[in-house]
Design a protein around this ligand. Sequence first.
Ligand code: MG
Length: 450
Amino acid sequence: MGKLFGTAGVRALTNKELTPEFVSKFGRAVGTFFGSGATILSGRDVRAGGDMVLRALHSGLLSAGVKVFDGGMAPTPAIQYAVKELGYDGGVIVTASHNPPEFNGIKVLARDGSEIYRDKEDVVEKFFFEEKFNTEDWRGLVNDVKREDRVLDTYLKGILSKVDKEKVRGRSFRVLIDGANSVGSLTSPIIARELGCKVYTLNCNLDPTFPAREPEPGFDTLLETAAASKAIGVDLAVGHDGDADRAIFIDSAGRIQWGDRSGTLLSEWVVTKHPELPRRVVTAVSSSVVAEEFLKEKGIEVKWTKVGIINIAHAIRNDGAAAGFEENGGFLYPKHQFDKDGGMTFALMLELLANEKVKSAELFDSLPRYYTVKTKVPAKEDAKQVYAKVLTSFGSRGQVIDLDGVKVMGEGFWFLVRRSGTEPVVRIQVEAKSKEQAEALANDIIKVIQ
Ligand code: MG
């Protein structure tokens, strides 16, 4: 690994790249960054190798004189929230989020619970590569790792205090929760129970091998969950990723609803709930124009950003907004915290449902209907050349947003073309009012690129 941090902390293959030697050295760098005497909260998801990574990380942090508190297994947003609420100087989380089971990773948190920014990551990397570590002498090593037992309670209280409990309880919803066999299973069933729901669970037994499905919730991985929720006849189902900062919903008709659709509905709800907040929401260019079509009519501005929740969080901090979301199921509710949070998203969706007094399928049907084509084509040319071709052929067909790939939004259609950063392909995402139109447009774009 040349650079340590990717777009969401460190991610690597467990015990191949992410070895005890690497992790303890990384822990020394992180500990040096926070400084001797700093209080750091740690936590992890369920995945295999988590304990190995966590203990090596603890060892490195202790060596640098940091006071380490271990919060145990918890959703990423629970650790983030606890860092902020319980007054820690920072945090570390051992998780690879939605990545396949053979991966693990480490996130480093600032005192407000959000991930440290790029400039701070540079400092940690410098300590790591130059091996400039604060090394305590024996007198500085008298602090053992202490348990922190308040993480889950603090998080659950935080979420439940931000929704109208009585309103949701009055509806006695039937819900199905798919915890991806990981840490969302520790909290979302409790959230639902506290909100008066009859709770069914699927994949909520903790299992480090992810036996039932891949940790990423999506159209392919949630098929069985959707079938189960239809068979049981629940009002709403939710599927989390491996660290439960994402929530993908399945409506009362058993249809999987992608995160830009749920994010659009929730954004309107948050604006309604908080008249004091700006009538503005933030989403990435990878989200559907459904957001703009639906929200503009209601006087809510949509601000587009580059892909990645960190860019969305940044835009909300700079420009102000009521909410932010990603199409992959990440929803950011700034009244709660400045990162995506699967449990909070779930609670807000139940509150919205309770307020609307309609079935969740009707709620999703109130959104504009689009047909989606997602594909990728091999491309030798670099991003600039690809985007130039696309702009020449399609730039005049609608509003162009080129801050991350090329997005064109026309009458009844939109598409996004992005060169992959990790493989020699161009990803194409098209939506249109009919299946035929979407497919034809995707083919036109492929011809132009090739
Ligand atoms: Mg995640």
